[in-house]
Ligand binder design. Sequence first.
Ligand SMILES: Nc1ncnc2c1ncn2[C@@H]1O[C@H](COP(=O)(O)OP(=O)(O)OP(=O)(O)O)[C@@H](O)[C@H]1O
Length: 536
Amino acid sequence: MDLFLHYLSMPYLLDGVGYTLLITVLGLAGGLVMGVVLAAMQLSRFRALSVVARGYSIIFRGTPLILQMVFCYNALPLIGIKLSAIAAAGLALALNEAPFIAEILRSNVLGVERGQVSAGQALGMTPAAIMRRVIAPQAIRSMVPALGNEAVSALKNSSLASVVAVQELTLRSTQLASATFDFFSVFFASGLIYLVLTGAIAVIQIVVETLLDLDRPPPREQFRRALRVLRPGRPASAPDAADKTADGPLEEISADPLPPASPKSALARPDRDARARRLAGNNVAVEVKELRKSYGRQTVLDGIELDVRAGEVVALLGPSGSGKSTLLRCINRLEGWEDGTIRVGGRFLGNDEGGRALSPRATAQMRASVGVGMVFQQFNLFGHLTARENIAGPLRWVQGLSRLDADRRAQELLERVGLAHRADALPRHLSGGQQQRVAIARAVAPGPSVLLLDEPTSALDPELVGEVLEVIRRLAIEDGLAMVISTHQLRFAGEVADRIVFLAGGSIVEEGPAERMLTQPRHPLTARFLSTMTAE
Ligand SMILES: Nc1ncnc2c1ncn2[C@@H]1O[C@H](COP(=O)(O)OP(=O)(O)OP(=O)(O)O)[C@@H](O)[C@H]1O
């Protein structure tokens, strides 16, 4: 026992720990930098880059680290690169770690819901902003456990540096054991030191996971809770008023009625004829001409012609697969197409004056300046941001508002959709209806002139549909936005839309004033669709 304790505190071995840590840090830091580059290459649109990155991964994952160490120390000098034993071992470890770290990064980046990327694009965020503000924060959170594993394996792999005579812990233990013949005590002490080091990595991992945990109450709330525990005469579990609004996974989803409608929205389309005449004099907000789009051999949109005037509300109806969502995504240039043109606010979204396609970055900027917002079927709120941040964040990043102004605008909109009291809630703590109301608030926050809504209620339970439809109805009437709504809600379409456009098989089969379309359809396909929907 005494000998064991003696070895445990022996400077000779502790010096070896220093080398072990140095090589591990070099390997991990280098591996992280190279891993980021490799992951970016693999995710790149340029095939050549991804092929090179994959080739690198195959070679460095497929050969033993011990050979890579020997290569860095003995073969690199042949081409004029002479490294010290520690640098060579660190480099080899970094080269070896890089493809593993790249795979962790890549899989976590791809693991972020694609819908959030579409939402970021629709909000006018550039690809770099989406990566920095939406993907990276979520990917980093989910990759911490895997990176912790990688750190432990790098620490253990550093023992292979003994092959190039680095005096790290394993080599020193072996030398000491050979000199003293006390193999058991020496290796037991050495094993315990490794255990302490890997234990420290596990502790760091737990701390980082806790710090990044989105469900962790903010510091102010933690302080308040601590004070409550310390305050005499009050049970620690007694909730106070602040707790009722605090965000928590177990919080009950409360009924949150919308604020009273303005007198304007209570009127609800008083005189449709007068409104139609007025709208006919407005500028065209969205102009679709001869639009053709295919996925592979399947033609999804076949010669669509559609004009939507400023302030007009158009409902797209049609059977599943008729192309409604694709049309909306094309209007917002989230999809490309083969033939035809689309103008939003008079501009060819995604093309320059000469008709050439713009870069994704320039398209994003154009989307923001044209003023087109989009609401998705699956809400697509940014999962790591609170309701308020979902609205305020894009206002800061795209519109350049100050934090104060963006937060103020977000709060106003949350009040408008009846969710001011849930401003600090994460999307996963909101009901579907609440999430969609936040998503609508987010889409209208920059003040778009055109709002596209892609089946905004189809992912909701029936009892939540009403609250979302009411928010849209009020927006349509109070804000005077041009809206194109794909929906299966016939009553809502009849009440809110000025015009109904019926699509089937990628073509517009019939269109006309909402009331007439619903009561006297002229095309047999429209009539059949309406009777099926009414029967349901
Ligand atoms: N990314 C894609 N790749 C291949 N095919 C696609 C893709 N997106 C849509 N489609 C196909 O295009 C057709 C039209 O789809 P779209 O989602 O636009 O229809 P929809 O009218 O909105 O349907 P729903 O009411 O069910 O949402 C469908 O046949 C669908 O399978």
